[in-house]
Design a protein around this ligand. Sequence first.
Ligand code: HEC
Ligand code: HEC
Ligand code: HEC
Ligand code: HEC
Ligand code: HEC
Ligand code: HEC
Length: 475
Amino acid sequence: MALSSGPAGSNPISGKASFSGNSGYQYAIVHQDQKLFLEFRKTDKTERRELAYFVGSGATARSYLISIDGFLYEAPATYYSRPRTWSLSPGYDRYSYPFLTRAIAPACLQCHATGVQPVQGTQNGFQSPPFLESGVGCERCHGPGAAHAASGKSKDIVNPASLPAEQRDSVCAQCHLSGEIRVERAGKSMLDFTASDKLSDYAVAFVRATPGMKVTSHVENLAQSSCSRGSGNRLWCGTCHDPHFVPSPTEKAAWFRSKCETCHAASECQRGENCIGCHMPSSSVIDADHVVYTDHSIPRRSVTRNQKPSADAPLVAFGGAPSDPRDQGLAYAIVALREQNAAYGARAFDLLREAERRNPDDPQTLSYLADLYKTRKDDRNAALLYERLHTVDPTQSSAPMNLGANQMEQGHYEQAIQLFKEALRISPALVLVRLNLAVALVHEGRKAEARSVLEKALEFNPSFKAARDLLDQIR
Ligand code: HEC
Ligand code: HEC
Ligand code: HEC
Ligand code: HEC
Ligand code: HEC
Ligand code: HEC
């Protein structure tokens, strides 16, 4: 966990590697002057971006982040450890060009690094450096250390193992419980979570309620085990794992057996010494981003549980955590968007309308509900909500982006320009907004400005034809 992020150049895993992407793009990883670069080329012109940070220790895979003007994006290249090769990042084969604009939200670094420093009011802007400490630092599990450092007393630091069960489990679950989707509670941010807090006060994880449930994290998996259900609150992650020590391959069987034997007598099963070899086998339950290898449901017999869950199974709060129409509506809306799931979209619409009646000023509700009105071609209601969103929370790019487009349609170019610029301050990689902005600027006779806006759009997407055409036209 301590090695789960850091500056990329400090810890390169390979000198040079190349692979082919979609539509004839060639990629290469180049290590030069303590720095790591991604190069890509289709015909003759080679483009290059620095890989500034890595995420993931590389036990299974390592992702990389590109930094443009202090904003972070996931690189299209990932290192995969098992085959020891570089290749396109998971899901990136759906793009026919080097996709450079997947914004890195603070949540990503909040699970993989310590002391994350987002720039308020932006989607993916970070201070320099974006995190103060690489990997999962002591304070993430032990809480703030200053008082303890001053006194040297153990009562001044959190020992996760001695917390009440819910708080204890929350220490690991803050990062290890992802569910199908995790929604932050109204007005709460996981950036404020500290060890000894309850995760359920900050966020709620939703899972699909269906047999053969797709398991997306170790926490869910363990909760399904007979061991966990049969032993009340006694079994937790720390029963088997010591975060300060990872047993070597030769020690592994004995280490984990000793943990089983804190509850099970040797007479219960005499089929062999390597308990985990039979009861915690490696499986391949795969979700969109992460892979769970070891079966934490501790079955009697190894089972294959990677059936696809039914796409319209209800989303329920994990562990019976309380949730309201806002939390549920956001969960359905986000998954609906991710999966193009119309049934979930319809549920989200009903729930979020109820949520909006209860709290007309919650920014997340307004943002997703407005988007849903828009997909339903109800532009009037969408605009009303975007306007309210713009007033209550000026840090959501969807409001100025959509309001700007409305202004432009009505021929109000000056207002559109202001709104588009506002959206781009929050989220600079919105290339379509850049194109619209350039069109509005050209209309107002501000060609030089339009040119630099388009050049930036091409930095984010070098194969953005409409931007290139307009640029040629202006020139
Ligand atoms: C701040 C987030 C965070 C917290 C808190 C956290 N983990 Fe992790 N953990 C991770 C990440 C990220 C990885 C993957 C590391 C990698 O390979 O990049 C990981 C990996 C692991 C692994 C795999 C082996 C290893 O050490 O890399 C174990 C076991 C583990 N965590 C157990 C725990 C337990 C037990 C707790 C609670 C006491 C806990 N984690 C708390 C983020 C966290
Ligand atoms: C809710 C916390 C959480 C978030 C958000 C999260 N991760 Fe992870 N990630 C983990 C944990 C925990 C693991 C360890 C294995 C597991 O549980 O799947 C992990 C594993 C990984 C690995 C494999 C590491 C290895 O070699 O074992 C990579 C790569 C990775 N994450 C990248 C990312 C990136 C990139 C983002 C953001 C775009 C991200 N993760 C967001 C918690 C998180
Ligand atoms: C992923 C979570 C995690 C991280 C990160 C972590 N610890 Fe721990 N630490 C624990 C847990 C859980 C225990 C309790 C083990 C037990 O008692 O079974 C513990 C116990 C300890 C203890 C013994 C406390 C006592 O009262 O016996 C010390 C000392 C300690 N950790 C120091 C550190 C330091 C220093 C770091 C950073 C280098 C660190 N820990 C990082 C989870 C973590
Ligand atoms: C905190 C105590 C605890 C620990 C640690 C523990 N178990 Fe269990 N386990 C239980 C309880 C309680 C049951 C349920 C017994 C019952 O229902 O009769 C159980 C049930 C089981 C079952 C039967 C599963 C089923 O579906 O019927 C297996 C197999 C098992 N444990 C294996 C293990 C292995 C292997 C380990 C170590 C990797 C382990 N357990 C660690 C408490 C524990
Ligand atoms: C009953 C024992 C046991 C408990 C309890 C347990 N684990 Fe594990 N865990 C294992 C074993 C065994 C492995 C495989 C270790 C290996 O192969 O090196 C493992 C591996 C892991 C890994 C590495 C990735 C993988 O899937 O192989 C992570 C991450 C992890 N556990 C997280 C957790 C978290 C989080 C919890 C609490 C929700 C937890 N574990 C509770 C036994 C346990
Ligand atoms: C070679 C594979 C293997 C090994 C090694 C193994 N088990 Fe089992 N275990 C099984 C099988 C198979 C069953 C019975 C399944 C059945 O009857 O449905 C079982 C059953 C169990 C049960 C349920 C007992 C009951 O009668 O309900 C427990 C608990 C258990 N094992 C724990 C352990 C522990 C602890 C270890 C390590 C000391 C261990 N097993 C080692 C294969 C193994």
